[in-house]
Design a protein around this ligand. Structure first.
Ligand SMILES: Cc1cc2nc3c(=O)[nH]c(=O)nc-3n(C[C@H](O)[C@H](O)[C@H](O)COP(=O)(O)OP(=O)(O)OC[C@H]3O[C@@H](n4cnc5c(N)ncnc54)[C@H](O)[C@@H]3O)c2cc1C
Length: 485
């Protein structure tokens, strides 16, 4: 990295606002995905003016720049694929305003998702997007990935809860779009920026909608001896026009992994469980819960349990939300996929995932947002073995290609990042891709903001990224290499 650029950054942010030693970079070469790419420095702005100046310096020194929240992303979005500066928003983590009467909050991007809900709970409000990583991930990261969560089924994804943004464009220009009022006139620019995976702007302030906590919540656990019965239940619940607040599924292998760690009360001998939640006014919630229990039984549930109190409900959700961690105890590495299919294709898709796993010699657990048809197959493997890593990537790709065949898509909520760029042409025509590139180039003309994301990098489809072998910090390459399949 240019010595002068480093000095200017230190001058702006102080010595403790800039990291550049190779050993300090190790943490920042990761996110939650299987990708790695190393930056040359990490900076910690504390205010918007810092971010403006950092972007100006990046332009002056023609250096790539990448935003980072908590680094829980699952598609390599926050990794510096082409080296350069990572801008960590960890020190821009204040809730700036809580407008309880109007159900709005204004936050800095580094605020942790769950902290906002905790801060407004006394007023009977919460921030509805609830990724399972919500105790760690930031609202800036949620905005960039348009994150969802178990309650997306009823409450929508992040974009449905963002009303305004303050952002620094890659040119260094500071802009504000939207605001506290609902439905800003003109183009829906918030809709464009939310989910743009950090490639169009660095977000420095976010105005969000706060949602009233429901009067009643009922949480049901339905237990099955056959996976197909569970998936068919999901299809029928929605076919009957009932929209639960959440409808999550864990297969037998995954629930046993979870139970061994969290002790959530999932029966160890079952083939699958559904965790279904209904909420709203007391009478409606009770009626829907009874209807859902009936459908579950009709489709072979051997037991339908309703959580008796808040403690039991919290425990069931703890089991669901800690599933990746539970699986992490069983294998050196796991690879979480994120395919989407129409709900009606759930039974055959789960069977096919099992078949693909067997064919490639991998254990694959399934835990997912069943109501949205958003699958998260978890492939267990050992990344220290390059051949296994290569096979795991191919296995994941086979699953995602099957999702496309089923009329689905390559990501529901984790983003394309640097993980799935090569899969984009399977889904979009050249004309579609060219239009998206024109939008990116309009805001990010020099391509310095988060380069190498979303769009194929030109190495061609069917190429598989391989993890660089671990050497010492000096000799490791600054970015992930591509190797032909
Ligand atoms: C255990 C686990 C469970 C998960 N469950 C879910 C889930 O249920 N639903 C879901 O949607 N996701 C889930 N995820 C994925 C991840 O938590 C989300 O994508 C989350 O929104 C990322 O937030 P982050 O703060 O960690 O962002 P990071 O990973 O740091 O960054 C993500 C992207 O946002 C960009 N970015 C971050 N901050 C800014 C900013 N201020 N300005 C511009 N760009 C920025 C980065 O450049 C990157 O492209 C899960 C991850 C884990 C590890």
């Amino acid at each position: 990295m240019d010595h002068h650029l480093l000095r200017e950054l230190e001058h702006l942010l102080g010595r403790d606002g800039v990291l550049s030693r190779p050993e300090d970079m190790l943490l920042y070469e990761y996110d939650g995905s299987v990708e790695i790419a190393r930056p040359q420095c990490v900076v910690f702005p504390t205010k918007t003016a810092d971010v403006v100046r950092i972007v100006e310096l990046a332009n002056q020194y023609k250096t790539p720049i990448v935003g980072r929240g908590a680094g829980t992303g699952l598609s390599g979005g926050a990794l510096a694929r082409e080296g350069g500066i990572v801008v960590s928003f960890a020190r821009m983590n204040r809730i700036l305003e809580m407008d309880i009467e109007n159900q709005r909050a204004v936050v800095q991007p580094g605020v942790v998702n769950a902290d906002l809900s905790l801060a407004v709970a006394h007023a009977g409000l919460h921030f509805a997007p609830d990724p399972s990583s919500q105790r760690a991930c930031t609202i800036g990261g949620n905005v960039s990935e348009n994150a969802g969560g178990p309650h997306t089924l009823a409450y929508g994804v992040t974009t449905n809860h963002v009303l305004g943004l303050e952002m620094v464009l890659p040119t260094g220009e500071l802009v504000r779009i939207g605001g506290k009022a609902a439905d800003a006139p003109g183009y829906d620019l918030c809709g464009l920026f939310v989910g743009s995976e950090g490639t169009l702007a660095l977000v420095t302030e976010i105005t969000v909608r706060l949602t009233r906590l429901p009067e009643t919540v009922k949480t049901l656990l339905a237990v099955y001896d056959r996976v197909d019965d569970a998936t068919e239940t999901v299809v029928e619940i929605t076919a009957r026009g009932i929209t639960p607040a959440a409808c999550e599924m864990l297969d037998g292998w995954t629930l046993r992994a979870v139970e061994a760690w969290v002790h959530a009360g999932f029966p160890l001998d079952s083939a699958a469980v559904l965790l279904i939640e209904v909420d709203g006014l007391r009478e409606a919630a009770e009626e829907h819960s009874a209807q859902i229990a009936e459908v579950c039984k009709l489709h072979g549930a051997r037991e339908v349990r309703v959580a008796r109190d808040e403690k039991e409900r919290d425990l069931l959700w703890k089991g669901r939300k800690n599933a990746f961690g539970a699986v992490g105890r069983l294998s050196p590495t796991y690879y979480v996929q994120d395919g989407v299919i129409p709900r009606t294709k759930l039974p055959e898709t789960l069977r096919e995932i099992g078949r693909i796993g067997k064919e490639n010699g991998f254990e694959i657990g399934n835990i997912f947002h069943a109501g949205d048809g958003n699958l998260h197959p978890i492939i267990l493997f050992d990344a220290r073995d390059p051949k296994q890593f290569h096979r795991a990537v191919l296995t994941a790709e086979a699953i995602i290609r099957f999702c496309i065949e089923m009329g689905g898509t390559i990501t529901g909520e984790h983003g394309v990042g640097m993980e799935k760029d090569r899969l984009m042409p399977f889904l979009f025509s050249e004309t579609d891709m060219a239009l998206m590139k024109r939008v990116r180039d309009e805001f990010n003309p020099a391509g310095l903001l988060n380069p190498g994301k979303i769009f194929p990098t030109g190495k061609g489809c069917g190429e598989v990224r391989a993890r660089p072998q671990r050497h010492n910090a000096e000799t490791d390459s600054a970015h992930t290499e591509n190797h032909p399949a």
